[in-house]
Design a protein around this ligand. Structure first.
Ligand code: CTP
Length: 137
């Protein structure tokens, strides 16, 4: 029987427990977990700031997690269908901040949303660190 491939996407900047849990849950759905790590340019255009860690660093961090089998740079948010096809994914898994957003792909793969881990996000961590360690005057 062929391997069941799961694909997921995200920035995974300033890695935190919410990231680990969504990756663990995604990995548990199959035999091979492929992660699309969003390009720096994509973050600059969507969030108006560059990630703390570059795409090369984020690829290295996520690619070295034990539940992750393969990583690639997600160059465009509009290419999900192409990535699912390219990596022959059986399942697309995302946190439920994306609930419903990828249902249009259910003709080519199973689409699963997991509850987000409460009270943690990269944005909140960056704001927290900035508060406790302000720039020197
Ligand atoms: N995620 C999660 N629980 C959290 C934070 C993120 O399950 N508390 C999931 C998201 O739903 C997504 C993946 O982790 O499937 C990558 O999310 P990402 O946007 O990189 O992380 P955030 O912490 O949400 O980043 P930001 O604050 O910059 O939006």
């Amino acid at each position: 029987m062929s391997k069941r491939t799961v694909i997921t996407f995200g920035t995974f900047d300033v890695l935190h427990v919410g990231h680990i849990r969504v990756l663990q849950r995604a990995a548990a759905l199959g035999d091979r977990l492929v992660v699309g790590v969003s390009a720096d340019e994509l973050n600059i255009s969507k969030k108006g700031r560059a990630p703390v860690f570059s795409q090369e660093e984020r690829l290295e961090i996520v690619g070295n997690l034990k539940m992750v089998d393969e990583v690639f740079v997600e160059e465009s948010l509009e290419l999900k269908r192409d990535y699912v096809t390219q990596f022959q994914a059986d399942v697309l898994a995302m946190g439920n901040d994306w609930e419903g957003k990828f249902d249009f792909l259910s003709d080519i793969c199973e689409v699963v949303y997991f509850p987000r881990t409460p009270s943690v996000s990269t944005t909140a961590l960056i704001e927290h660190i900035a508060r406790i360690a302000p720039e020197p005057a």
